[in-house]
Design a protein around this ligand. Sequence first.
Ligand SMILES: *Cc1c(COP(=O)(O)O)cnc(C)c1O
Length: 412
Amino acid sequence: MNILTRQDCERLDIDDPLALFRDEFQLPTNNIYLCGNSLGAMPKAALSVASKVITEQWGTDLVKSWNQHSWFSMAGDLGNLLAKTIGAAPGEVVMTDSTSINLFKVVSAALTLQPQRHKILMEGSNFPTDNYTVQGLLKLLGERYEIVFAEGNEIISAIDESIAVVCLTQVHYKSGCVLDMKAITQRTQAAGAISVWDLCHSAGAMDVDLNGCNVDFAIGCTYKYYNGGPGSPAFIYAASRHHGKGLQPLTGWWGHQAPFNFERDYRPADGITQMLTGTQPIITMAVSKIGIEISSRANIQQVRQKSLALGDIFLQLLETHCAEYGFEVISPTDNTRGSQVALRHEQGYAIMQALIDQGVIGDFRAPDTLRFGLTPLYIRYVDIWDAVMAIKSIMSEQLWQLDKYHHRQAVT
Ligand SMILES: *Cc1c(COP(=O)(O)O)cnc(C)c1O
C-alpha cells in the first residue's frame, strides 16, 4: 500500500468530479466539518430563499400563498424531487413531520397489513428514537404485541413467519455499518412480513434503490445528508401497491380525501397523501428544497464512490500515523461502510472536545465512540488529511488531558 501524502490528496481533489458542489455550501472558515451525518452544512442559497419566503410570501401575499406559491402542494412536490434520489417513483414519497413521527405512522400502517401477527423485528442498537417510537405504539396496541430484537448478522435468521414487520435502519448511526437491504427485504417478504426501512444515514449519501429492493415502507430525515437545515421535515415512502391500504392512524385533515370540504368524518386521501396529518412548516420546508435539489443533481454513484474513498483514506492515514494511540475502528473497512468513520477510544469524549477546539468538527456518541461524517458534496480529500493530522497532534501532545475537555455538554 502506498503511503499517501497531502499532495496526493490535493491531486485527488483536482480530479474529483464532485468538486464543484462544495461551492454551493457555506462552510465555516478554519473548520473541517465532519458532522454532516448529524446536521448537514448550509447551502449558500438558504438565506435568500428564506428571506423571499418570509418577506414576499408570508409578509406580503399571506394566505394567498397556499395557492400562489404552491405551499399546499409543497410536501408532495418535494417528495417527488426526493423520490429520484432513493429509487422511488413519483407519487410514492411525501415530505412531512419528523422521522420519529413518520416511523409511528408507517409501522402502524404496516401492522394493519399483517393483522394476524404481533411481532416487530428491530435492531436493539439502532438509534434509540426508533425503538422508543415503536415501544410507544405497542403500548397503545396492547400486550399481544412485542418487539423482537436482533443485531446485524442475526437479522436474516431471526425473520420467520411469526414476524409482522421488520423495521431496520439501512446504515447504523454509530458504526456506519450498511445492512443488505435487498437480501433482508427479500427474506422479510418470503416470510410474509412487511419491510420498513429508516434511511436517515443512507439517503443522500449512497445509492438507495427502494423500488429495486421492493421495499414496502421507508422514512428518513433531510437535515443530515440532504443538507435541509436544522429540524427540516422528514419524508415517507410507501410503495404504490400499498396505497389505499394500510391506513396510517394520525388521520388529520391534510390526509383527508377532500380537506376543504370540511366534512365531519375522515375519508382517507388516495395515494401517498394519506401519510400527511396536518399543516406543514412551510418556511423550513421551502429552505430544505435547496439541499434536496442539490442532491438530486449529483450523480449518486459518484457520491458513493467518493464517500467510500474518503473513508478508506481516513482509515489508511489513521493506521499510518496514529496506530499507537489506542483507537479501535468499529466501522466496516470494506464497502459495507456507510458515509462515516467511527472509532472507539476510552477517552473519546475528551479527544473529540480537543479536536473540535482545533477546528475539526466530529461528534461523540456515548459511551466511547467518535464519529466522523463524510459528506462527499463538500468534504475534500485534503480535509481528511488535515483531520487525521489533527488527531495525531492531539494524541502525541496529549492535549485531550486538559481539564476543560472533560466537562460534558447537553449535546455531544
Ligand atoms: C437521525 C435519526 C433519526 C432522527 O429522528 P428525528 O425524529 O428527526 O429526531 C431517527 N432515526 C435514525 C436512525 C437516525 O439516524
